[in-house]
Design a protein around this ligand. Structure first.
Ligand code: PMP
Length: 337
């Protein structure tokens, strides 16, 4: 019988798929393969951290029967936590900034979570910010537990124990570069640590970061808002280990969104904006460093484009936000002449 006893058994073991058109069209000689995380049951890489964080909190006694999970999340961590929590009988409350799309909020509510929307322009020290609101609720509500994905070591560890070994084995130990966007930093730090250890330091770990985020900013004056969701920060979380990344390649919103649309249109990969960003960084890096046919670059694509249909894949939203030229460039010729 191949009947799974729970959805949680399907977390991880996502496929690696080679890009056959876009890198070649831009003159990249190295092979670029994408780890497609939307194959996780909750639709993103965050399912991995949710399961490990909840397991650890149950073991340590931080989460007890009838407990309430409270977390500030841009959506994907919420989905992972909500699906694991629902099956184990915990209530979930998520705070998220108002730049996060309505469809992502609806998904969280569908899983039974309560969603609180906060202003995007409220900084981390502002009591209205999604961090502060979550912190207050977790303290006030009896049985409240804050997974704190920004500080929780189980986040990077979930990638150290799952994502890293999966990439190492799936490439027959031939991976030479690993590229991932940096949000909490858990993905790149955990996966990167494993791949460096497994390869005796040979695998290069490249971070991808939105222009305006702290990780790639030359100074704090360069930190500003951007439209790509789920990546970049305006502070340094503990989940991010600066010693693991060899380099960080900055991408702006327009570059990320153009690549996101090309991945759907030319590689049949309907992935999110942070995936487009990571692929754009991988291509920039491969070209700038003249990577050749012997190099195998693995790029992690955290989630699905279905969460961004009303933004990146909506021509009206794209034009209204100054990305009209991308719409024109990625539009397919009409069959009706
Ligand atoms: N992309 C998306 C869409 C995300 O939700 C996240 C998580 N915030 C990331 C990338 C970055 O992953 P990490 O937090 O592990 O750095």
């Amino acid at each position: 019988m191949t009947v799974h006893s729970s959805l949680a058994e399907l977390i991880g073991n996502t496929p690696l798929v080679k890009l056959n058109h876009i890198p070649q069209s831009l003159g990249v000689k190295a092979t670029i393969a994408v780890k497609v995380e939307y194959f996780n049951p909750g639709g993103s890489s965050k399912d991995r951290i949710a399961e490990r964080i909840i397991d650890a909190a149950e073991r340590s006694g931080q989460l007890k029967p009838g407990g309430v999970i409270v977390e500030p999340t841009s959506g994907n961590t919420g989905v992972g936590l909500a699906l694991v929590a629902q099956q184990r009988g915990y209530r979930t409350i998520f705070t998220l900034p108002d730049k996060v799309s309505e469809s992502k909020r609806a998904v969280l509510r569908a899983y039974g979570a309560e969603v609180i929307v906060t202003p995007t322009d409220a900084g981390p020290d502002d009591p209205r910010s999604y961090y502060q609101v979550a912190e207050r609720l977790a303290n006030e509500i009896p049985g409240g537990f804050r997974p704190n994905q920004y500080d929780n070591p189980n986040g990077p560890e979930s990638h150290y124990y799952t994502t890293g070994p999966e990439i190492w084995e799936a490439t027959d130990h031939k991976v030479t570069h690993f590229v991932a966007g940096i949000g909490t930093g858990g993905t790149i730090s955990g996966t990167g640590k494993y791949l460096k250890e497994a390869s005796n330091g040979a695998v290069k770990v490249i971070g991808s970061d939105p222009e305006g985020s702290i990780y790639s900013a030359d100074s704090l004056a360069d930190v500003h808002q951007y439209d790509i969701e789920g990546v970049g920060e305006d502070f340094y979380p503990k989940a991010f280990d600066r010693n693991i990344t060899d380099d960080i390649v900055k991408v702006n919103d327009a570059e990320a969104f153009e690549m996101t649309r090309r991945l759907a249109g030319e590689e049949a990969l309907l992935v999110g904006g942070s995936s487009g960003m990571a692929v754009a960084s991988a291509i920039k890096y491969a070209l700038a460093n003249d990577l050749d046919e012997n190099q195998l670059v693995v790029v992690l694509a955290p989630d699905s484009g279905r969460s961004y249909l009303e933004k990146i894949f909506n021509d009206d939203w794209m034009r209204a936000n100054g990305y009209g030229d991308i719409v024109d460039r990625t539009a397919k010729p009409s069959l009706a002449e």
